[in-house]
Write a protein that binds this ligand. Structure first.
Ligand code: ZN
Length: 596
């Protein structure tokens, strides 16, 4: 089998350009084709990475070779004798965890957005030379990646390698003058590389992440499935996101989410970051190795359909926060607050009653990843509702003493993930039925393939946790806590932006019934100039059934409507420990949260 030699360098940081080359010793005698992925695993949207390839040339033996496009993401070079090299210039200025970025402070890339795959060589071994940008200004730059080295010293530029193209593109690379910390979990070295300006207490972060990682390793009960692991963190003024890889993750967060020196508490901001890191780390098992049959292997040229994203994202979302309470970083009441927020988010989405989480998984490519003004009415998040279905599945199995989601995940690992076999579309339901009996088919029919809300109030009650619902107190009320301040009596049935534009008009709500539409801008409410205060007064001082005249601009046309207020929905949840819970409930709860 031949070897493919890649080279990448931030050739012109100020112009945000990588130069990327690919050399093949034995190109197709009929003319070698090269393909660039259209999407990156973990982010289910066709992104057309080839958009940012600004030029492409080819050469063999120092002589230029003609190369032309055959499709939006495919190039073919003319037949040559001997080795063929293609050289591309790639524009990289997307500050996300999905593509690539270069400026004079750092460079970062994900393989799918920069590395061409020579067709027919998907299984060939790859060498990669990562070359520093030219100039003294970059003398302090180092490299953070979990690619295997093939000569490059630790954290240095030089030669790396990958067994296949698939391995090559699953190891993002960070270059720059980043801060570095390390810790051990499960006997494996873990590193954190933080780029961007920040004042993070790295030792604290390493201590806390070690507990989270150990908790996930312990769940699967075996050696972690990687030799080392890297958290690549980009700290910014705003932004939040993560993408999972087999032995690393790229995280993007606000610098305020990182723990400050001298602060031993866990702020809501830091908790948000810990949840993200925990989520992506759990993916090293769930989706990177326990992965849908439809992703085994990935076809990166087109959509890969599966009805299982709810399991890979929803179950992962369930375990991300659960690990924080199980490892003792937060207490049970803090965990219940997080759970209450997630429940509130889902209850505020009418689309959960229209689309199942299995359908949402299948259509992720055109719906969840492409939200618009009607998404809350038509689309359910397989992350948030998926995490609640995972919770319901766990509590259902535990309440009946028929096992747990932990045991189900261990079975998935033993049968599929650890064995390198893709998970068939019906496998999770089948394992649940092996554990919980045929009635688990009913569970999947209702909550996974159907659109019913899982009965979390009753399930949590059996674990000594009380469920409370109330109206939302306003835009900043995320739920998870009892009410503060005056609660609204009435509802307008729309989400209104700070510029008084209607961002979402909810199905069958007061605004929709009155004829208001998304993007309408409120001008007057009952003869008074519209404002955030006027809207707040409307829902707290007026009553359901009252008819309120309103004026709004639709585009540049004034429209007049009469809105009949509806009752404020009970869409905000908080959970509380029952002080008088029976012993059985307490025992179930302690076994679940492993706090005993
Ligand atoms: Zn995820």
């Amino acid at each position: 089998m031949s070897i493919i030699s890649y080279r990448i360098t931030p050739a012109n940081p100020n112009a945000h350009l990588f130069e990327v080359s690919c050399t093949l010793d034995d190109p197709d005698p009929a003319g070698q084709r090269f393909r660039l992925p259209a999407w990156i695993p973990g982010s289910y949207l066709i992104r057309e990475f080839a958009r940012q390839f600004i030029d492409m040339r080819a050469e063999a033996g120092g002589v230029a070779v003609n190369i032309r496009k055959e499709a939006k993401d495919v190039w073919r070079a003319d037949p040559v004798q001997g080795a063929l090299t293609v050289i591309a210039t790639v524009y990289a200025f997307d500050l996300s965890v999905r593509t690539a970025y270069v400026d004079n402070a750092r460079a970062y890339f994900n393989g799918p957005s920069v590395f061409l795959c020579p067709e027919g060589h998907e299984a060939s071994a790859c060498l990669l030379d990562i070359v520093a940008p030219a100039g003294d200004a970059y003398a302090d730059w180092r490299v953070a990646t979990t690619l295997d080295t093939n000569g490059a010293a630790s954290h240095e530029f030089g030669r790396y390698r990958a067994a296949t193209y698939d391995e090559l593109i699953d190891h993002p690379v960070e270059m720059g003058d980043f801060a570095l910390a390390a810790f051990s979990a499960g006997g494996m070295r873990h590193e954190i590389a933080v780029t961007g300006r920040h004042d993070c207490d790295l030792e604290r972060l390493a201590r806390d992440l070690a507990r989270v990682c150990q908790c996930h390793i312990d769940l699967f009960g075996a050696r972690a499935p990687f030799e080392r692991y890297l958290f690549q963190v980009t700290a910014l003024g705003s932004g939040h996101g993560g993408l999972e890889h087999r032995s690393s993750t790229s995280l993007l967060c606000r610098r305020d989410e990182l723990p400050a020196r001298g602060d031993n508490g866990i702020t809501d901001d830091y908790l948000h970051f810990l949840g993200l890191a925990s989520h992506e780390y759990f993916h090293a098992w769930n989706v990177k190795r326990i992965k849908p049959d439809a992703f085994s292997p990935y076809d990166l040229s087109r959509e890969n359909y599966t009805r299982q994203l709810w399991a890979f994202e929803g179950i992962t979302s369930y375990y991300d926060d659960l690990a924080l309470v199980r490892c003792g970083l937060i207490d049970v009441s803090r965990y219940l607050e997080l759970l209450g927020r997630t429940i509130s988010t889902v209850l505020r989405t009418p689309g959960r009653l229209r689309q199942s989480i299995a359908d949402s998984s299948f259509d992720a490519w055109i719906k969840f990843y492409r939200p618009d003004e009607n998404s809350p009415n038509a689309v359910v998040s397989y992350y948030t509702k998926g995490s609640l279905v995972a919770l319901a599945l766990d509590l259902t199995l535990r309440r009946a003493r028929h096992g747990s989601l932990d045991a189900l995940m261990q079975t998935l690992w033993a049968r599929y993930g650890g064995a390198g076999i893709g998970v068939p579309e019906d496998a999770i339901e089948r394992i649940a039925c092996e554990m919980g009996g045929d009635e688990m088919h009913v569970f999947f029919g209702r909550y996974v393939d159907g659109t019913e809300d899982p009965p979390l109030d009753a399930l949590l009650g059996a674990f000594g946790i009380a469920w409370h619902l109330r109206p939302s107190s306003g835009a900043n009320d995320r739920g998870g806590k009892p009410a503060t301040g005056t609660l609204p009596k009435a509802s307008l049935g729309a989400k209104v932006g700070s510029d008084l534009k209607l961002l979402h008009v909810y199905s069958a709500g007061a605004a929709e019934r009155a004829g208001l539409a998304p993007n309408d801008v409120l001008v007057a409410i009952d003869g008074i100039r519209a404002s955030a205060d006027a809207i707040n007064a409307l829902v707290t001082r007026r009553s359901p059934g009252e008819r309120i005249p309103m004026l709004a601009f639709r585009r540049d046309e004034l429209v007049s409507v009469e809105v009949e207020l509806l009752a404020a929905p009970l869409d905000t949840c908080h959970l509380a420990l029952q002080t008088d819970a029976p012993e059985r409930a307490v025992a179930l709860r302690e076994a679940w949260l492993e706090t005993a």
